[in-house]
Design a protein around this ligand. Structure first.
Ligand code: ADP
Ligand code: MG
Length: 420
């Protein structure tokens, strides 16, 4: 995939109507009150929005939020699966709970200027407000997933969105792995470029994959081997060292005949784990596996714990973190690295008693002079929670998108942008 794409600086946006795809998929309070519990994604979008407004563009921003049922039929089907009844009224209420109106309000506070909110995506209200929008003003369309054509990448919807603007700027890195009308389809009808967020992701992650400063060390953890197959496969082709931690280490351990007790195990993937070990040896890639584990007598924050050698976890116990010897081994392995790509926590970092491995690795990364890249939703959360976020070169703003990026997959929302 070509990561070298035109950016918002490469096109003339002066006085033009610009359709800007943002990632405003923010977490909301569970009570349906519309309160935004974390506005990080809105803040992340500000540099591109501010640039466009400073350039005197008329900004038509759009985003999806959550997973609304775009039709009553799909809503009724989902409700039926939960054994619940569906009424037209309850459907409307479910949509209202996923309105972007609270985002418009927060965005307006952050920008210190009005944000006009449209009642629909490409309906009469959006069309009228977009037509009346003046340079230097910003309009936010309703949740793109209120339109059933969005997730189907319906060309009619893409065309209708594109018809409101003259240029398309994509800055929703969190959604570039989806070929939807607002993330990819619109690029068929408008000159399409990246905003600053996507530009940075492409530069840093794309750079590390295509032409890494070596040695390249990949640290892979998290819960399951099965969700990381693509990443392991792809990084085996480019990395100099691969470090395995987290829950998936136990499938590797079991595959080598180790005892893993009640640890997370995907028995179906043992042969795959062995294949990866062989592939690494054949390619001359150093593959490091844990040499010890912190195991617990239950999956609980206050469980009893002990340190044991890898492959010697007693029955009734489960590994929830890498052990102190492994920490030493892994921290040494990142010394002298040119680039470190990290995806997947080393243990159950959500429980403080089992966060030490993840914290030690984060600390080691914060002290290296390597380019340090964190991808994956939980990994980013772990680094933030442990207080190392500002010590990393780059924390990807996309969970699923950064995973697919590291898998070497083509990202539809990037592929559709103009080549630089
Ligand atoms: P990311 O979102 O960064 O790609 P994953 O979703 O793959 O990461 O994995 C994150 C989850 O893995 C965390 O919730 C963490 O608690 C869990 N995890 C890590 N180590 C273990 C373990 N030993 N046993 C069970 N779960 C684990
Ligand atoms: Mg995750």
């Amino acid at each position: 995939m070509n990561y070298n794409k035109k950016t918002v600086r490469d096109v003339d946006v002066q006085g033009k109507k610009v359709l800007l795809r943002c990632d405003f998929n923010v977490p909301l309070a569970k009570d349906g009150s519309g309160v935004i519990t974390d506005d990080k994604r809105i803040r992340a979008a500000l540099p591109t929005i501010q640039y466009l407004l400073d350039q005197n563009a008329a900004v038509i921003a759009c985003s999806h939020l959550g997973k609304p049922a775009a039709t009553f039929e799909s809503y009724a089907k989902k409700q039926a699966e939960k054994g619940k009844e569906a009424t037209e009224e309850s459907w409307k209420k479910s949509l209202k709970a996923l309105s972007l109106a609270p985002v418009a309000k927060r965005l307006s506070e952050l920008l210190g200027r009005p944000v006009i909110m449209a009642q629909d995506v490409v309906g009469p209200d959006a069309q009228a407000k977009a037509a009346a929008l003046k340079p230097g003003e910003i309009l936010l369309l309703e949740n793109t997933r209120f339109e059933k054509g969005e997730t189907k990448n319906d060309p009619e919807l893409a065309k209708a969105m594109a018809s409101m603007a003259e240029v398309y700027v994509s800055d929703a890195f969190g959604a570039v792995h989806r070929a939807h009308a607002s993330t990819a389809g619109v690029a068929d009808y408008l000159p399409a470029v990246s905003g600053f967020l996507i530009q940075k992701e492409l530069e840093i992650i794309g750079g590390a994959l295509a032409n890494p400063k070596r040695p390249l060390v990949a640290i892979l953890g998290g819960s399951k081997v099965s969700s990381k197959i693509g990443v392991i496969n792809n990084l085996l082709e480019i990395a100099d060292t691969i470090i395995i931690g987290g829950g998936m280490a136990y499938t590797f351990s079991a595959a080598q005949g180790g005892k893993v007790g009640e640890s997370l195990l995907e028995a179906d993937w043992e042969s795959y784990a062995n294949e990866m070990v062989e592939k690494a040896a054949a390619k001359g890639v150093k593959l490091l596996l844990p040499v010890d584990a912190v195991c617990a007598d239950a999956f609980a924050p206050d469980a009893k714990s002990q340190v044991v050698k890898a492959g010697e976890i007693p029955d009734g116990w489960q590994g929830l973190d890498i052990g102190p010897e492994t920490v030493k081994l892994y921290c040494d392995a990142v010394q002298g690295a040119g680039t470190v790509i990290w995806n997947g926590p080393m243990g159950v970092f959500e429980f403080p008693a089992f966060a030490k491995g993840t914290e030690a690795v984060a600390e080691a990364l914060s002290k290296t002079s390597a380019i340090t890249i964190i991808g994956g939703g939980d990994s980013a959360a772990a680094v933030q929670q442990l207080g190392y976020a500002d010590k990393m070169t780059h924390i990807s703003t996309g969970g699923g998108a950064s995973l697919e990026f590291m898998e070497g997959k083509e990202l539809p929302g990037v592929a559709c942008l103009l080549d630089a």
